[in-house]
Design a protein around this ligand. Structure first.
Ligand code: UGA
Length: 433
């Protein structure tokens, strides 16, 4: 099939390379010329497992093209995926301006039947909105259908998830469009749910809000564990053995970040408000997360009372390991709070994007884990990078002054910590003073 993907960001790029791998001809339309140049040369613009190989295979077989020519992309394609950003506005609503702009731009190019697919995470009612906009722009209703097809890709595992996901969700109001999209996804051999556009749109928010709630729930249990001397890993394991609960997403830590959970939880609350539904549980999950992501600062204040001038090492800046993405990372909130309290920050991450330096230009960044720790009183582990779980505590003791470790992702072996006689705070695995 001939496919156009509008937006060469995270979702658009993965969608493009995977559809091209599955034997389709893909034109990915992107506005950023630098990005287009890089991608056409086979240089990935994001870090994602398997992307480099897949991108270069697609380029070699000429089954993918990156361009800024929207007209060509639309004209040559049967299916048009919209994968542009839908960020949160200041009040937590979803900013639909990029979708609106795309629809306005493509309207005049639609002169024969196309299936337009909303791939971006969009509020309930967006399929209807896109249809309305196309008609208002004078596009003949016979020449298009709009389908909702949310993505369920984890950063770092996006290609795997696209190829082997748990389900594909297609929201449609036309049998013709359904048959085309069905044919497109058939080779994936994944359970496919065909439903109404509103249901599909809500499945995405319900999924992300449910997973976020699960994380906030286990974090509250973990915080209690530290107080009563219980062990969170054993609790998570026991909970997970109950098939109705499942073992996934029961890992405690300093909260969820990234470009999805924070945005989609508040997004769902706002959608609810519009229809008079008060999402009390999701609101609480957000509140718990706001508390959890700066918990290390509270722990430090309990320990030292005043942290003005204290040197604190932040290990891990990305919102999780195996990605360079720092969006909504708990470490950003921790650094902000620590700076407000006058602490001196040293930071290290094996992969974080340079965006971090724009956000915090005045803190010290290091290329090496152990150099970061020199003369620090405390280190906060914010990301579950493997490198951190293998840290040599003997060296840590030599580099730091009377170290206090806050293990925000429970990556350290507590027995080794005890053996080294180090002050240690974990999330539900104990507080060693
Ligand atoms: C998430 C979902 O997992 C995907 O299914 C979804 O498609 C995607 O959002 C999206 O909407 O686009 P992602 O944001 O890449 O994917 O990250 P996750 O691996 O789900 O982790 C999210 C956050 O939760 C991270 O900060 C992670 O550290 C945290 N987390 C996750 C925990 O604290 N505990 C856990 O048990 C699991």
């Amino acid at each position: 099939m001939n496919i156009c993907v509008i937006g060469g960001g995270y979702v658009g790029l993965i969608t493009s390379v995977v559809f091209s791998k599955m034997g389709n001809k893909v034109i990915c339309v992107e506005k950023n010329i630098e990005k287009i140049k890089k991608l056409n040369k086979g240089i990935p613009t994001i870090f994602e497992e398997g992307l480099n190989e897949l991108l270069n295979k697609s380029l070699n077989s000429k089954s993918i093209l990156f361009t800024d020519n929207l007209k060509e992309g639309v004209n040559k394609s049967d299916v048009i995926f919209i994968a542009v950003g839908t960020p949160s506005t200041k009040d937590g609503n979803v900013d639909m301006s990029q979708i609106t702009n795309v629809i306005n731009e493509i309207s005049s190019f639609i002169n024969e039947y196309k299936v337009i697919v909303n791939k971006s995470t969009v509020p309930v009612g967006s399929q209807k909105y896109v249809k309305k906009l196309l008609i208002e722009n004078g596009v003949n209703p016979k020449n298009f259908d709009v389908v909702s097809n949310p993505e369920f890709l984890r950063e770092g595992k996006a290609i795997y998830d696209f190829l082997h996901g748990d389900r594909i969700v297609i929201g449609h109001d036309s049998e013709k469009a359904k048959d085309i999209i069905k044919k497109l996804y058939e080779p994936f051999k994944i359970v496919t749910i065909f439903t109404t556009p509103e249901t599909a749109e809500l499945i995405k928010y319900a999924s992300n809000a449910f997973l976020s709630t699960k994380i906030s729930f286990i974090n509250e249990i973990a915080n209690l564990c530290n107080k009563v001397g219980a062990d969170i890993d054993t609790i998570s394991y026991a909970l997970g053995l109950d098939k109705r609960i499942s073992p996934q997403f029961l890992k405690p830590g300093i909260g969820f970040g990234g470009s999805c959970f924070p945005k989609d939880t508040i997004g769902l609350v706002k959608i609810g408000e519009r229809y008079g539904s008060d999402f009390k549980i999701v609101k609480s999950a957000i509140k718990v997360n706001e508390y959890q992501r700066i918990l290390p600062v509270k722990v430090l204040l309990d320990e030292y009372k005043d942290i003005k001038g204290k040197i604190i090492s932040i290990l891990g800046l990305t919102f999780k390991s195996e990605t360079d993405d720092i969006r909504e990372s708990p470490s950003l909130y921790i650094i902000e709070e620590l700076l407000k309290k006058g602490a001196v920050i040293k930071a290290y991450d094996p992969m974080a994007s340079n965006e971090i330096k724009k956000l915090f230009p005045d803190i010290q960044y290091f290329d090496n884990l152990y150099d970061t720790l020199l003369d620090s009183s405390s280190m906060i582990i914010c990301t579950d990078w493997k490198e951190f779980s293998n840290i040599d505590l003997e060296v840590v003791k030599k580099k730091m002054k009377n170290p206090f470790i806050i293990d925000g992702r429970n990556v350290l072996d507590i027995k080794k910590v005890e053996k080294n006689n180090i002050n240690y705070y974990s999330i539900g695995k104990g507080y060693i003073k």
